[in-house]
Design a protein around this ligand. Structure first.
Ligand SMILES: Nc1nc2c(ncn2[C@@H]2O[C@H](COP(=O)(O)OP(=O)(O)OP(=O)(O)O)[C@@H](O)[C@H]2O)c(=O)[nH]1
Length: 341
């Protein structure tokens, strides 16, 4: 692709609700796609950031990952995204493609609007594709959600604006549930290609570099798209995030019990939980914790704690009605104490 370096740089926007498999997809692309030099723009919702570490593990050079953590990219779109892509203009010819991973609560519409209408953006970049990750198990729950103030349902917007929908986590649903969701997706967006995936493993030749983003299908869905975006405001009041970081070693069994109890009671409201953990008795192993509603798993990170690296526990919870004090207290009670050997 180097002969096209003087042309516009393609941006693949990777969207989809919290926990749908976006970071898994970015990592999959970085691992599988070796011909292209890729720059990743990460935007994570949550008070402490965890994904940047997980994506950085898959990149050859740390400067190829840019984290935008001044808020949700679709809200601060006229700020953070324009600034970041603006600064990248000087370096853009080093890259064949940009992957922009949005937060799970981003409405892709303002992102599209900004890249299409801001002259500095449109002189340097174009949207190659909008890929929405759809969590086959949990998406119906979020599509059904009614926003009391009439603001956009992000989960709906994400699939409505995509030209490719990866129907991910098909291992977690029955064939009937999968067919029902596919029918529903077709009603929301009849133009998008739906590709069934497990662990976001999609055939990349059907996704990248095809220039499949189509403004016409967006205008078909929302004829007043450009007018609406001028006024658009994204309401994140209903969903909040709690970030908790502390030192010490966790007691594996107590932590397990704490998370099981928490999710038994609160799984519907806790959309997403993530963590980097230090367990007692596990040497240098750094653990990664991933939760999407009641679905949780944790295991060792690719890299152990490095010599001299501060060993911490870092959590982020995203959802409704989160109680910071209770979560902090519950987690602190999972710390291993010498006298309880
Ligand atoms: N069972 C199952 N789990 C999956 C699949 N794909 C991803 N996961 C898991 O789902 C969790 C969330 O995946 P991520 O890739 O971090 O999701 P995300 O969309 O980046 O999450 P946010 O950035 O928080 O919105 C992780 O524990 C993944 O390992 C799948 O196909 N099946």
């Amino acid at each position: 692709m180097t002969e096209s370096a003087d042309k516009l740089t393609p941006i693949t926007v990777i969207t989809g609700f919290l926990g749908a498999g976006k970071t898994t997809f970015v990592n999959y692309i970085l691992k599988e796609q070796r011909d292209w030099k890729i720059c990743v723009l990460e935007n994570e919702f949550g008070e402490v950031s965890i994904d940047d570490g997980l994506v950085a593990e898959s990149l050859d050079a740390p400067e190829d990952l840019i984290t935008m953590d001044n808020g949700c990219v679709c809200c601060s779109v006229r700020g953070d995204l324009v600034r970041t892509l603006g600064q990248l203009v000087q370096r853009r010819k080093e890259f064949d493609a940009i992957l922009l991973e949005t937060t799970g609560l981003a409405d892709p519409a303002p992102i599209v609007y900004t890249i299409q209408t801001n002259s500095k953006m449109s002189e340097n970049y174009f949207i190659d594709s909008i890929v929405a990750l759809a969590d086959a198990k949990h998406l119906p729950l979020h599509l059904d959600e009614k926003k009391p103030d009439g603001s956009a349902n992000e989960a709906l917007q994400q699939v409505a604006f995509a030209d490719k929908i990866l129907l991910n986590k098909i291992d977690l649903v029955t064939p009937e549930q999968k067919t029902a969701l596919k029918d529903r997706l077709a009603l929301i967006n009849k133009f998008a290609t739906v590709i069934e995936t497990e662990r976001s493993r999609a055939p990349l030749d059907k996704i990248l570099g095809l220039n499949s983003f189509n403004m016409e299908s967006i205008l078909n869905y929302e004829p007043d798209f450009f007018e609406i975006q001028e006024e658009a405001k994204h309401n994140l009041d209903l969903v909040s995030s709690v970030g908790i970081t502390f030192q010490g070693q966790l007691h594996a069994q107590w932590f397990n019990m704490f998370m099981m109890d928490l999710l038994r009671e609160r799984a519907a409201d806790i959309y997403r939980s993530k963590g980097l953990l230090t367990f007692h008795g596990q040497g240098n192993t750094k653990f990664v914790f991933q939760g999407v509603h009641e679905q949780i798993n944790f295991g060792p990170a690719k890299e152990p704690w490095k010599d001299g690296e501060e060993r911490i526990n870092k959590f982020v919870f995203i959802g409704k009605n989160l109680n910071r004090e209770e979560l902090t207290k519950g987690l602190m009670e999972c710390l291993y104490k010498e006298e309880e050997k």
